[in-house]
Design a protein around this ligand. Sequence first.
Ligand code: F6P
Length: 372
Amino acid sequence: MSKIGREKSVNESPKRIGVLTGGGDCPGLNAVIRAAVKTAIQQYGWEVLGIEDGFEGLILSDKIRPLTLTDVRGILPRGGTILGTTNRANPFAYKVRKKDGRIVTRDVSSEVADRIRELRLEALIVIGGDGSLKIAYEFYQTGVPVVGVPKTIDNDLGGTDISFGFDTALNTATDALDKLHTTAEAHHRVMIVEIMGRDAGWLALRSGLAGGADVILIPEIPFDLHKVDEKIEQRDRAGRKFSIVVVAEGARPVGGEQIYQEKDPLAPKRLGGMAQWVADELAKVCDHEIRVTVLGHVQRGGSPSPFDRILGTRFGAAAVRLIAEGGLGRMVALRSQQIVSIPLEEAIRELRVVPLDSDLIQTARGLGVCLG
Ligand code: F6P
């Protein structure tokens, strides 16, 4: 881990850099783009090219455009990404559907590397989660100059205490739980809420705690449905006739599997359906009326919270300073409130899941929250 300097580097400054957003979007992407463009142009006098739709912009020919100060004006509070994104364009395994319906997978990475050279990009800023940063690292190993910026609402990227996007999603999920609370109480119902989180339960656990959930099921702890039912019945006996059950989309029962939606051969596997499964199973043993809410992509949308705007801005500016210092192959990260950089390899080595001995888990258990 190293601190990122504040001084303008005078020699060996790249003249032109590129920026792309890859994988699922999240609030705060535009804050990063804005900060990177402003810092590159104003502090270093560089040109910036925006690559549209993630790595696809380097695969297809018409998806690259200059980014000027005018292009980034007014985008700080906007969700999404002005550059567009996709989670279907891995240049090392690019899938296309042929006219006859067959899906073929090609390695187009050397064409992409050539493209980066032709464009005279002295560095490419990849703003992405686990998948996009793995691709960035693969490119780096072949000599392509990249730096990474961590984004994900799942907050599961290693090496950084937090990724931008998470705080806004947490606010959205907590707000939904507050709203479901009042209607659950009015109707004496069990409300089961599915929250995003493929492999890590950060969003489910934190929103569940913030929203006063009675049961929180996360991928890290396979759950026993009897314990969930027992918690609901125990509340019932105590006169609490409603319950809020938070289910991370990546949760699974003891001895069971995660649930996926129908497979699209061009896209990564998509989770979804665990809340409905829990509802169907509970309905067999529990007398309460049950309703299911799947929050879905609402959690990825909307204006970034002040926290995410500031973190995104710090990351974007730091990524440019990192390039100026020659810190290629690294990712900016937040560690103990400080912006630092770490090798990309370290960032993607392991997903950051909720430690079972963390104080969050202990706190939830101490409060009587059922974790399955
Ligand atoms: O990784 C972020 C995430 O939002 C996951 O929580 C979720 O499983 C996935 O992306 C959904 O992706 P898509 O946009 O392809 O539906």
